[in-house]
Every structure is written in C-alpha cells, then in structure tokens.
Design a protein around this ligand. Sequence first.
Ligand SMILES: [Ca+2]
Length: 200
Amino acid sequence: MFKRLIQALNNSVAPANTDPENQIPPTAVITQPLHSEGHFVQPEHATSSLSFGSAQWIWTSELSDGNAPIGSRGFRKTFVYPEGKTPDTLEISFAADDRASLWVNGDHIIDQVGWTNPAVHGVSLQSRELCALLIAFNATNNGGPAGLLVDAQVTYTDGSTSPIVSDGSWRASVDGAPDGFQYFSFDDSTWDLVKTQSRS
Ligand SMILES: [Ca+2]
C-alpha cells in the first residue's frame, strides 16, 4: 500500500492575479498529498474550487504493494449528464505518477508530468450536443509507485454543477493504451474497474 500523509492545507494562497497580461493558470486548492508516495506539494498559484478532497488515487489492478509495472495505461470515465441539464464548461485538474495525457470528448487537452502544482484546465462543453462526457487519460508509470488523481466539475447552463473525481467507477486497461481508446466509439466494457488506493 502507498504510504500517505493526511495533512490539512491551510488555504494560505495568494490572491488571483487580476492583470490579464500576467494571468497564470489557476491551481487547485490541495487538500491531500499530490504524490502517490505521500509527499506533500503545496500549490503556488491562484486557486480554483477544485480541491482533490474526495478524489482517490487510482491505477490498474496490476498494483502490488504500491508498485506497478513500467508502462502506459488507458483510463476512462464516462459521465452521463442529468436529464434536462445542458453542460456548459468542464474544469479539470489532475496529478499523475509519473505522467499523463488528457482527452475530453476525444479532444486532446494537455500532457502533464508529475504532481506538482497541477493547473486547472477549462474545457467548453457547449460545442457538441452530447448526452455524456468522456474523460480519458493515457497515464505512464516510469517505475515504482503509480497513480492518477483527478478532480473535475461540470457546470451547466443553469449554473448548477456536478463533481467528477477519480474513484472506483473508472475503468483502466492493463494492456497499454489501445488505439482510439480516448474516443466515444471505443468499447471499454472489457476493461476492469480501477483499483483505488487508500490515503493512509
Ligand atoms: Ca512511478
């Protein structure tokens, strides 16, 4: 199992920079260690409402004593919008041990290495008439411990929101990241549910 510290973070963050020429990406308010081995990393930038507070570190069933094979794995989460709700935007932030690429509804959003100061990425959900949201990661472990931690929030046109976090409902491939896995057309029904990792 991974050894993790449970540390509360004093929300002592700098105020948002309001100069548009000096805008920096907002950073999540971290409420748990952003390192799958338990180290604590404090964000340095302006913050959003994402906290990772209820997110769980996830990886494939290959985890053994907290370690996983070297290599890339596909992760998918399909979220069906509540009936009558029209999605407007997605905010998403993640930490990866050791790196991960993110796609939303098949669109590549960002490649990120590590777990330090994760930025919050804003994605418009207005352009397509979809009844569901697909979040997909190609996450790579360089050795030793492995993990993916995700916090996201959908905002609807009426101002209401839905949280989405990494948890046991996500699916992962244990055979690399297959071609096209990041698209709706891919069938992940044969993938196993992920293994969640305790924080202590
Ligand atoms: Ca690792």
